[in-house]
Design a protein around this ligand. Structure first.
Ligand SMILES: Nc1nc2c(c(=O)[nH]1)N[C@H]1C(S)=C(S)[C@@H](COP(=O)(O)O)O[C@H]1N2
Ligand SMILES: [Mo]
Length: 353
């Protein structure tokens, strides 16, 4: 029996992960979709909801829930992965919520393209970024941090914010958003790690200067080598990655049988073109069959039949994905990314009996 309930990693703020070993359909059901919060869930209701669009714009305005819902909408399937997903696979252990494989999920999101709102506001010349701010607030954990309480906020380059697929979403798999997923309105930023998909979206601010907020600098950043040494950048695009859903780590697999290994693979700004599976710890690789077609910004499930050996043994399974840009999943974690973007080939150890 597969355990089909969310796994609690933290009660307050609420952080729960999806049982990835229960991977079934292309879409993750809403009640099995992971939740990643930094602060308590704010209590918002649609009737009092207001989204402010301002900053370096000619026409700042406010819009309510009903008006937003009366605008032209778009529906798109998007995979969200938390930048800290799979953190529990890191050795030595890194700080932060110890996610296993379940801080990722795929849903069909409906909302208003952000660019419709931005075009109405008319960004001024020199506008460079768009800061998305949520209604939740609290004191962040890690240094360097501000003295008091802050809201959750992240910025996008204005070019990304103007792309057709970035939306202010009010539906998830056809239902209104649940409070923990950002009710009544959240951003969905396809291709980016999910910290960019700001929940409880109440403010969109256009800026001329790069945003330097806590979630853009202290958290959700990485180091990149340059002529000037290592330079800090905000995390953006999800890296190419595949995960094995079944078998689970520690599972006992029947000897001399055919076991169907299944999983999913995704890549932020590119399409997954192949997945390979190794059942001998990375010495040899087999091509897996991709179950889902290519849908921009959504994962592709894959499967591969494994003829298990006839005698008792242990096996180490690895899956690696590649994408249309030529990127291949690496064997080791890049320490420049600290406790984020953990996309190396994650081992699953099983016993054959
Ligand atoms: N306002 C707000 N938006 C937020 C967050 C948050 O704490 N507050 N967490 C972010 C992070 S880190 C992730 S991974 C996704 C998780 O979205 P979900 O909880 O709907 O799965 O929301 C993002 N948006
Ligand atoms: Mo996240």
């Amino acid at each position: 029996m597969l355990c089909e309930t969310l796994i609690v990693r933290e009660e307050e703020p609420l952080n729960v992960e999806s049982p990835f070993d229960a991977l079934d359909g292309f879409l993750t059901p809403n009640d099995l979709f992971y939740v990643r919060n930094h602060f308590p869930i704010p209590e918002l209701d649609a009737s009092g909801y207001e989204l402010r669009v301002d900053g370096a714009v000619k026409n700042p305005f406010r819009i309510g829930y009903e008006e937003l819902r009366s605008m032209g909408s778009q529906t798109r399937v998007v995979t969200l992965e938390c930048a800290g997903n799979s953190r529990s696979f890191l050795t030595p252990r890194e700080s932060g919520v110890q996610w296993a494989l379940g801080a990722v999920g795929t849903a069909e999101w409906t909302g208003v393209p952000l660019r419709e709102l931005l075009n109405r506001a008319q960004p001024m010349d020199g506008a460079r970024e768009v800061v998305l701010e949520g209604a939740d607030r609290g004191k962040p954990l890690n240094e360097p941090k501000p003295g008091g309480s802050i809201r959750f906020a992240r910025s996008l380059p204005i070019q990304k914010a103007m792309e057709a697929e970035v939306i202010a979403a009010y539906k998830m798999n056809g239902d209104e958003l649940a409070p923990e997923h950002g009710y009544p309105v959240r951003a969905i930023v396809p291709g980016y790690y999910a910290m960019a998909s700001v929940k409880w979206l109440t403010q969109i601010r256009v800026t001329r200067d790069p945003f330097q907020g806590y979630w853009q600098t202290t958290e959700y950043g990485y180091w990149k080598d340059s002529e000037d040494g290592a330079v800090r950048h905000p995390l953006t695009t999800m890296m190419v990655k595949s995960q094995i859903a079944r078998p689970r780590n520690g599972e006992i697999v029947a000897a001399n049988s055919v076991y169907r290994v299944v999983g999913a693979a995704w890549s932020g700004e590119s399409d997954v073109t192949g997945v390979e599976l190794s059942v001998d710890g990375g010495q040899t690789w087999d091509t897996a069959r991709l179950v889902d077609g290519i849908e921009r910004y959504a994962w592709r499930r894959w499967e591969c039949d494994w003829h298990t050996p006839g005698k008792t043994a242990r096996a180490r399974l690895l899956a690696r994905a590649m994408d249309a840009s030529g990127a291949v999943q690496p064997e080791a974690h890049d320490r420049n990314y600290g406790n984020y973007a953990i996309h190396f080939t994650l081992p699953v150890e099983v016993t054959i009996a």
